[in-house]
Design a binder for this molecule. Sequence first.
Ligand code: PRP
Ligand code: URA
Length: 208
Amino acid sequence: MQKIHVSNHPLIQHKLTKLRDINTNPKKFRELIKEISALLAYEATSDLLITPVSVTSPMGSAKGFELNEKIGLVPILRAGLGMVEGIWEMMPTAEVWHIGIYRDEKTLKPIEYYNKLPIEPSVGLCLILDPMLATGGSASATVCVLKKWGVKRIKYLGIIGAPEGISCLSNDHPDIDIHLAAVDDRLNDIGYIVPGLGDAGDRQFGTG
Ligand code: PRP
Ligand code: URA
C-alpha cells in the first residue's frame, strides 16, 4: 500500500523553517537543502533490503548486515541537484541518474530536456529527488520515465508538497511512496506553492 509520509522530525521542521525564510541566502539555502535531504532519506530508507553477514571485529566474530539493493538517486534538474550530496554521503555506492525536466511557464506541463539513462536499468530502487511537488506534473513524468526504464521500486523524496501535487502523483502512481517535510496550503495562480519557499532552483543557484 502506498505510503505518504510527512516528517514531523524536529530537526527537519527547524531546518525547513530557516529554508522558507526570505532572508536565507543561497549558501545557507544549499546547506539546508543538503541537511534536510539527508534526514528525509534516512527516514525513507528504513525498509531497504539487507542480507545477514558475519564480520570479524578485533574482539571476535559478530553477526551483521549489508545492503542488498542497488540504489539510484534521480535528481530532477535543476532544483533536485542540491538534494544529492547529503544523501550520497550516506550511501556512496549509489548511482546518480539525472533527469532534466522544467515546467512550461504557461501550461505548467512538464517538458523533458535531458535523459541519459542506459537501455537496461542498473539499479533496483530509485529515489527521485526534487524539493517542490507543486502540480505534480514533473514528479509524475519522472516516475513514467523510470518505470519505462524498468525500475521495480521507486520512491519520491521532496521537501514541500502542495495538496494538488500529492493527489496528482498518488493518483497517477499509487505504487510510489512519497516522503515530504511539509504539506502546504495550496498553489497560487502561477503554480507556486503557498506559503512554500519561492523558486527552489533560483534560491539554490542565486538566479532569478
Ligand atoms: C520546479 C521544481 C520541480 C517543479 C515542480 O522546477 O524543482 O521540478 O518545478 O512543479 P510541478 O510539480 O508543477 O511539476 P522548475 O520547472 O522551476 O525548473 P528548475 O528546477 O530548472 O528551476
Ligand atoms: N517550483 C518551485 O521552485 N517552487 C514552487 O513553489 C513551485 C514549483
